[in-house]
Design a protein around this ligand. Structure first.
Ligand SMILES: [Zn+2]
Length: 282
């Protein structure tokens, strides 16, 4: 079990330089586009020989999980799944595949995608080369080095005493579902400044006392969600019509439909509501 979905498992040791010959029982995360090959019904990863045979690119060595080598590789677009296997969307594997493997699959998907999109230099278009000692690709002509990208995003749950939280819904959410506010960090701002800006832009409210809650890697794609709690410091709710379909204060005794428990949004809401209930003696 891992505490946060997509966090690095405790018995995982990252690595970059692959051994000369892969272990026969190595774990292979093989993707076609962004879908993972897993056993139909069993959700088992394919044996190394099968995965290596389907691999159409350069496999990425990811390190070891409890001593077993871990590889990420890519099949040709349109490749058929072997008998007994299917290509599955990573999100559909939650609770069907071991949490530890799902977490590593998220890492594998991001590295395969990064490798695929950095084969050429972004400055001079020369084919790049993988470096041995670190996860990066270097341009032999101009020296530009590309590292896997992470896009930090801030999540904010705003609370107001004595027992209200501010939740909003995006037009992309399932009907009826509300969640905490979130947005991507811009160049040149701190996480706290991002939070204050996002909350003000999205719902017109000012906040104070920003406190860190937790973070969660999110591979759809390349995000790191960093979640905070903040106190309402002024302003009435005015939703940004482009991003927010609805936003309101909800009393904690009467909350709307919330995101799935797997999400950091739900964990944040549950933790804050739990604290507010405890403080109110409920
Ligand atoms: Zn270059």
């Amino acid at each position: 079990m891992i505490d946060m979905p997509f966090a690095a498992p405790a018995d995982y040791v990252p690595g970059v330089a692959p051994p000369a010959v892969p272990q026969p029982d190595a774990l292979w995360f093989l993707f076609r586009d962004s879908r993972l090959l897993a056993g139909e019904g069993t959700m088992r990863l394919p044996p190394g020989a099968l995965a290596a045979g389907l691999n159409a690119g350069r496999p990425q060595y990811l390190g070891t999980l409890a001593g077993r080598e871990v590889y990420a590789a890519e099949a040709a677009s349109g490749a058929d799944a072997p008998a007994g296997y299917r290509w599955s969307d990573l999100r559909s594997l939650f609770s069907r595949m071991d949490d530890t493997l799902v977490a590593l699959a998220g890492r594998a998907l991001q590295l395969v995608d990064w490798d695929r999109t950095h084969r050429f230099c972004g400055r001079c278009a020369t084919p790049t080369l993988a470096k041995d000692a670190e996860r990066s690709r270097e341009c032999p002509a101009c020296g530009l080095v590309a590292y896997p990208r992470i896009a930090p995003a801030v999540m904010a749950l705003v609370k107001r005493d004595p027992g209200e939280i501010l939740l909003a819904r995006s037009p992309r959410f399932p009907p009826g579902m509300y969640s905490a506010l979130a947005g991507f960090v811009e160049p040149g701002e701190t996480l706290e400044q991002c939070l204050e800006r996002e909350v003000l832009e999205e719902v017109g409210v000012r906040v104070a006392n920003v406190r860190y809650f937790a973070s969660q890697p999110w591979p759809f794609p390349n995000s790191l969600m960093i979640a905070f709690v903040a106190d309402w410091a002024g302003g009435e709710i005015r939703p940004d019509p482009l991003e927010i379909e609805a936003a309101q204060w909800f009393i904690i005794a009467d909350l709307p439909q919330l995101p799935q428990p797997i999400s950091i949004a739900r964990r944040l809401i549950d933790a804050v509501v739990g604290e507010m209930r405890a403080a109110a003696g409920q």
